[in-house]
Design a protein around this ligand. Sequence first.
Ligand SMILES: C[S@@+](CC[C@H](N)C(=O)[O-])C[C@H]1O[C@@H](n2cnc3c(N)ncnc32)[C@H](O)[C@@H]1O
Length: 489
Amino acid sequence: MPKPSPAFDRADLPRLRDLLEVKTGLYISDEKLPRLKEPLEQLRAIDGAAPESIIAVIEGGGDDGERYLQRLVAAVATNETYFFRTTAHFTALKDYLLPELIERKKALGAQTLTIWSAGCSTGEEPYSIAILLLDHFPEILSWRINILATDVDLDALEVAREGIYRPWSFRGVAPELIRKYWRPLDGDSRRVDERVRGLITFREHNLNIDPYPSVDGVSGIDVIFCRNVTIYFRPPTIARLLARFHACLVEGGFLITGAAEYSREAYGEFEARVLPETVVYEKAPARRPAASPLPLPLILPQALPRPASRPAAPRIAKSRPDATRVEDDAVARAIDLIARDEIDAALVLLATAAEKSATDARIPFLLGRLAADRQHLPEAAYWLGRALALDPLNLWAHYFMALLWIEEGRLADALTALKKTTYIDPNFVLGHFYLGTIHKAEGRADQARKSFAVVKNLLAGPGASEDLSGADGISGRQLLVLVERELAS
Ligand SMILES: C[S@@+](CC[C@H](N)C(=O)[O-])C[C@H]1O[C@@H](n2cnc3c(N)ncnc32)[C@H](O)[C@@H]1O
């Protein structure tokens, strides 16, 4: 009779933990170490492998090493996933990221789109991406589209390739969508449609050691989803991963992580984009336009619009931290960071503040300003719109919104917004100035002269030759020269 292999003792577990981290990046804390016991005992029962030989086999790699590693990964990492998990990410992809990418690609004449679902588990994430493309972007379906879906867990990948799912994977998915893209099977399972499967390539890939999809200088990856994967990784592992993601993205490509995984510190080389209810990371183009064509100065803290009204503090507030103070702190800290040119840190701080406070108009206002500065006009419009919904008399939000509309050529909308600024403050020089500019551009010479005349009157007053808040360094005196020239022509 073969001699049973020796049982594991506690000293084996830390060694295996270290090996697991080297091989996969997965790290388990001391308290969770006992989780390794069960898979090890199973291996011992099946293969009769002793602790020493299991460690040696994993270290050596090869098929057996992979198989042993799989057992440990399955015991430590969760495969939990479902279709359209974290709706905000899919909304961001549909409403902001893909329209931007597609427009850029069209300008370059490049008809390719590559999206990588890294750590795809049983496939719900890449299938959701494919369905979103089929459902909302029919015009690019003739492009070379590849959704690359990878995971280290072979069992999970097998389920993904199979494409058969039980109702639990569909929680929250609209019944019409289910009927459109999944075929019912016996029982309550459904199989994902061939059109969807055709867009995806499944592949085994270990994020910690395998080479990343390479960039050939033309294609590269446009969007990486790596969500709820790095939760078990330690900061140096995450930093290494992020540098590699950064390298294989195209310029202007995006990284989407799980909500619990974003932090400015961790995402060093990326720029933060604050979209509705989520933050994504962009590999910013190496050369941005040097200066914003929009005159968008930073409004100083004392000029920042305050929240229109605050609900009366509930009695219990006395014994709790003051919510208002927390918001003020976030806004003040964000302004401090902006002044020190730490824009991404400010963005992440404001994104968190926006989630906590739905009532303080200054938060979306600042988010809108920062997005506009970086020329992210659709999200700038979203945030300024949010600021205005909370504080309809916010002159500066109307003003910056008007500048956005001018930038986008929507002059009628710009006119409406500028009129509002001059109703709110009839002495608002810049509002009258841009009204004059738009009237002139649209051939309404008389109205243009009227607006320019108001500007001249306002600027003729005492002190008007000083700095003009909101005019990007243009002084009142310079503006006066400009309108006098207009009036003389
Ligand atoms: C919780 S699932 C996330 C699934 C999906 N991304 C989501 O957010 O719904 C985490 C996945 O990460 C995978 N994973 C963990 N370490 C990995 C590594 N080093 N390389 C590739 N995948 C890994 C696990 O196998 C697991 O399938």
